[in-house]
Design a binder for this molecule. Structure first.
Ligand SMILES: [Zn+2]
Length: 183
């Protein structure tokens, strides 16, 4: 039976994407710039937030869901504060200050964490969902997220900041897990 559009139809639900793990090429190549700022970008961003929350992450970059695109979402409040939601299209870190060394992890390298040095403060310039330029400064975890996610869009992972010894050890463990079918 015909149903008037937009009346009793449920709102389209978000899609939760599987997260691409380390070893997939898409994670280590630069994403293409976002050029279309339309409804499909809005939908993609909503899905990225849902995917990130479902994975208990504070940041997610498009390559992590298999899309080679310069787009990422961040929410260091883990969904508690709607104002903490950040969408960065074509971001660029334009200023940094200080240093912080904290444990860092990545949804594409589940269960691996390592002390990683990052700027204490970072300012990012990006475009929002409408394509409008803006700059945003963050400190602590937010600055770390700006750097971590911007790196993703350049094909760079946090393990590249670790010592070769540590990085090789992580890669070895992952190879073992791949062989065992656990990755
Ligand atoms: Zn990551």
């Amino acid at each position: 039976m015909w149903r008037p559009e937009g009346r009793c139809c449920p709102r389209p639900t978000s899609m939760i994407y599987p997260i691409v793990k380390y070893g997939q090429e898409v994670l280590e190549k630069p994403g293409a710039p976002v050029i279309q700022f339309d409804g499909s970008l809005e939908k993609l961003v909503a899905d990225m937030f849902e995917t990130m929350y479902a994975a208990n992450g504070v940041g997610l970059a498009a390559p992590q869901i298999g899309l080679s695109l310069k787009l990422c979402v961040i929410d260091v409040s883990c969904g508690k504060d709607p104002n903490a939601r950040v969408v960065l299209a074509n971001p660029e870190i334009i200023a940094t200050e200080g240093e912080q060394a904290e444990e860092e992890g990545c949804l594409s390298l589940p269960d691996f964490r390592a002390q990683t040095t990052r700027p204490l403060r970072a300012t990012v310039r990006a475009q929002d969902l409408t394509g409008t330029d803006f700059t945003l400064s963050g400190e602590g975890l937010l600055a770390r997220a700006f750097c971590h996610e911007s790196d993703h869009l350049a094909g760079k992972l946090f393990i590249s900041y670790l010592s070769r010894l540590k990085r090789d050890s992580i890669k070895r463990q992952i190879r073992r897990m791949v062989k065992a079918g656990e990755w």
